[in-house]
Structures are given as structure tokens and as C-alpha cells.
Design a protein around this ligand. Structure first.
Ligand SMILES: [Zn+2]
Ligand SMILES: [Zn+2]
Length: 131
């Protein structure tokens, strides 16, 4: 599926092609902290199909306990996190943050990962009063 997106301040805009069957809710503690909220939601970009059309991506490199490095791309102006990918030009999962995608309403999660570290309330938010 072809999509477009960008950061909160609009300094960064991108276009990409994603696998809409690979939308994952990630409950890992990295995603909780780095997203500033309860969990991350990512969609896998098809290899080589991310194209920055405006702005400049800043990077923070996260080194996992396993030693694997991930490049976390974000906007240095507004702080929106855009994606996480393997370091340098290595192949691997390129996960785009679904909240930055213009068509995010059409990207429905198909799987949840790292549920062991999930916050206890996240699986039943339908019971929380709504206004
Ligand atoms: Zn921005
Ligand atoms: Zn995660």
C-alpha cells in the first residue's frame, strides 16, 4: 500500500510503500519510553520503499542487549519519532511509526509483540468510561 506521512511540525514529509498486513502493536519497554506512551504501533516498509521528500531525519542509535544496533529516526525540530531501522545500510525490519502516516486509519494492527511487558490495562480499554 502506498502511503504518505510526516512529523508534527511538518518539517519532515515522506512517501513509502508498506505491507498493510504487517502492522504490529509493540509493548516492549523501549517502545513505551521512546513513544512516551503505552505502546508503539509500527508498519513494515517494503525493502527500499521509503523516500524522504522534505526535511532532514535525525538519528539516535539504540544498542540492544544482544548488541544489535537500531537507528531511530526522528524530527529534531518537533521530536516526532518517524521510524526504526537496522543501522547503516543493513537489511532488516524498517518499522514506520503508524501515527505519522496520513492514512493511519487504514492501517489496522494484525499482531501484538512483547506482551509480557505490556501495561496491565491496555488489553481492556473498552471498559474505560468515554466522553
Ligand atoms: Zn517535525
Ligand atoms: Zn517495541
Amino acid at each position: 500500500m502506498k502511503i504518505t506521512g510526516g512529523c508534527f511540525c511538518s518539517a519532515i514529509r515522506y512517501e513509502a510503500e508498506v505491507d498493510e498486513n504487517m502492522v504490529v502493536i509493540c509493548h516492549c519497554t523501549d517502545c513505551q519510553i521512546n513513544s512516551g506512551t503505552a505502546y508503539g504501533v509500527v508498519v513494515r516498509v517494503i525493502d527500499g520503499k521509503f523516500n524522504l521528500v522534505k526535511g532532514k531525519i535525525s538519528f539516535f542509535q539504540k544498542i540492544a542487549d544482544s548488541g544489535a544496533k537500531r537507528d531511530l529516526g526522528f524530527c529534531s525540530n518537533c521530536g516526532t519519532r518517524i521510524f526504526a531501522k537496522p543501522d547503516g545500510d543493513k537489511n532488516g525490519v524498517f518499522g514506520l511509526r503508524v501515527g505519522t502516516v496520513d492514512q493511519r486509519a487504514n492501517l489496522i494492527p494484525k499482531k501484538q509483540a512483547f506482551t509480557k511487558s505490556a501495561l496491565s490495562w491496555v488489553f481492556d480499554i473498552s471498559s474505560i468510561p468515554k466522553n
